[in-house]
Write a protein that binds this ligand. Structure first.
Ligand SMILES: [Zn+2]
Length: 133
C-alpha cells in the first residue's frame, strides 16, 4: 500500500467538503479489498446531527459499491494540526476493518502524518463478534 497515494486522495477529497457552517474541511481516502481507493469529504447539514464525516462518507461510498473489507484509511483536516477520526468514525472503521491492525493514517500535510493501527485508536472495540451468542 502506498501511503502517499492515499494521502493525496484524501487531500483531493477535502476540496469537495460541504461545510457552510464550520468551514472546517475534512477529506478521507479508504483502501478496500478490491484494491481501489474510495474517497469522501465531510458533508454538513442545517440540522447539525445529520452531518456526515469524511471517513464515513468514504467508507459508505466503498460499501455501496460492494466492498466489505477495509485495508487502510487516511484522514486530513483543514488545520495545521493532525486530524484524527472521531469516535463514531472509529466505530465504523472497526465494522469494516480487515483486522485490528489496519493502518489509520492521521495526516497533517503531505510530509507530516502519523500511522496508527485501529487497535491503538479504538482498543477493546465493540464489534459484530460481541453480538454472537
Ligand atoms: Zn467522524
Amino acid at each position: 500500500m502506498d501511503i502517499e497515494v492515499l494521502i493525496d486522495e484524501a487531500i483531493k477529497a477535502r476540496e469537495k467538503a460541504y461545510v457552510p457552517y464550520s468551514n472546517f474541511k475534512v477529506g478521507a481516502a479508504a483502501l478496500f479489498e478490491d484494491g481501489k481507493i474510495y474517497s469522501g469529504c465531510n458533508i454538513e447539514n442545517a440540522s447539525f446531527g445529520a452531518t456526515n464525516c469524511a471517513e464515513r462518507t468514504a467508507i459508505f461510498n466503498a460499501v455501496a459499491k460492494g466492498n466489505r473489507v477495509l485495508k487502510a484509511i487516511a484522514v486530513i483536516g483543514d488545520t495545521n494540526n493532525f486530524t484524527a477520526p472521531c469516535g463514531i468514525c472509529r466505530q465504523v472503521i472497526a465494522e469494516f476493518a480487515e483486522n485490528p491492525e489496519i493502518k489509520v493514517i492521521i495526516v497533517k500535510n503531505h510530509k507530516e502524518y502519523i500511522v496508527k493501527t485501529l487497535d491503538e485508536i479504538l482498543p477493546g472495540s465493540f464489534t459484530k463478534k460481541d453480538l454472537e451468542v
